[in-house]
Design a protein around this ligand. Sequence first.
Ligand SMILES: *[C@@H]1O[C@H](CO)[C@@H](O)[C@H](O)[C@H]1NC(C)=O
Ligand SMILES: *[C@@H]1O[C@H](CO)[C@@H](O)[C@H](O)[C@H]1NC(C)=O
Ligand SMILES: *[C@@H]1O[C@H](CO)[C@@H](O)[C@H](O)[C@H]1NC(C)=O
Ligand SMILES: *[C@@H]1O[C@H](CO)[C@@H](O)[C@H](O)[C@H]1NC(C)=O
Length: 276
Amino acid sequence: MVPQSIFASLMFLPNVAFAQIPQTFWPASVPLVLKSPYLQAWLPTWHTINPPAVTAPRFWTAEKVLGWGGYMRIDDVNYQWLGTNGPGNKTSLMNTIITPTQSIFTIQAGPLEVNITFLSPIEPHDLVLQSFPFAYYFIEFAATDGQAHKVQLYSDIAGGWVSENDASLLLQWNTTQTLEAVYHCISRKDKADRTLQEVNDGAEDGAVYFGMAMRPGLTWQTGSDSAVRTQFNNSGTLTGLQTGTTDKDRPVLAISVDLGSVESTSEPVLWAIGLV
Ligand SMILES: *[C@@H]1O[C@H](CO)[C@@H](O)[C@H](O)[C@H]1NC(C)=O
Ligand SMILES: *[C@@H]1O[C@H](CO)[C@@H](O)[C@H](O)[C@H]1NC(C)=O
Ligand SMILES: *[C@@H]1O[C@H](CO)[C@@H](O)[C@H](O)[C@H]1NC(C)=O
Ligand SMILES: *[C@@H]1O[C@H](CO)[C@@H](O)[C@H](O)[C@H]1NC(C)=O
């Protein structure tokens, strides 16, 4: 038997009981996705105490930046909640909770308190589910001023999820839209020649899926990061267009949701990411 105290010491629960005290201690890196040796994302905390919107999420080895963005427009003002270097006002981090399966950031974005939960499920009683190479992240928010606000949510992934960040490598991608879901799929163009090959511990023969269950207000777009992120920044909705199928300007694959005018989320807005 593992004593409960040992198990508890593995969990990092900094501010649960002291929610108003600013956080002063950080682990070196916060896990965001932790599903297989090839499907991992970590948020280094070395520069800052405001991780989700000022530090680029990385793979677990080397310095590989994955390319991962998150934005939300509130009353036509764009805020960044994940990734770096995009358009949008900064958000502030209020709290972080890390459990064995989830990392939960509470941020303040303008008038909204927003919880961003990164979930890598552990399902020991169902080996089929446990082997499913997908992780999830979802957003819930509530207005701190008690008013309804126009809210649009956005997230994208980039080519770093599927191969080394080398601009000379060609990628291919496509988008599938059904009545139930929208999902993007991206791989190296020469995936078939890369069977069982790794670069810096990453799988070069994988296909990465990024999707969301169909819901009102869902739009998607793929293309260069500046084109797609500017489209969201300026209008809060995406074009439903795929720009190119192979491109040395590593693309982003984006999915956004326009929630209309709301005071809080009635159900979480959830993205799924997998590497097959
Ligand atoms: C957004 O940021 C700009 C400058 O970076 C600032 O002037 C503006 O007031 C901010 N807007 C909001 C709503 O915070
Ligand atoms: C965010 O999470 C905290 C801690 O679990 C909870 O107290 C709060 O109600 C949540 N806020 C929203 C908007 O879901
Ligand atoms: C969609 O793209 C993925 C990843 O590149 C590829 O494996 C798949 O064959 C493509 N599907 C179609 C229908 O082109
Ligand atoms: C983003 O939107 C704001 C306000 O709508 C605008 O001032 C800014 O120039 C836009 N940024 C980009 C990169 O388009």
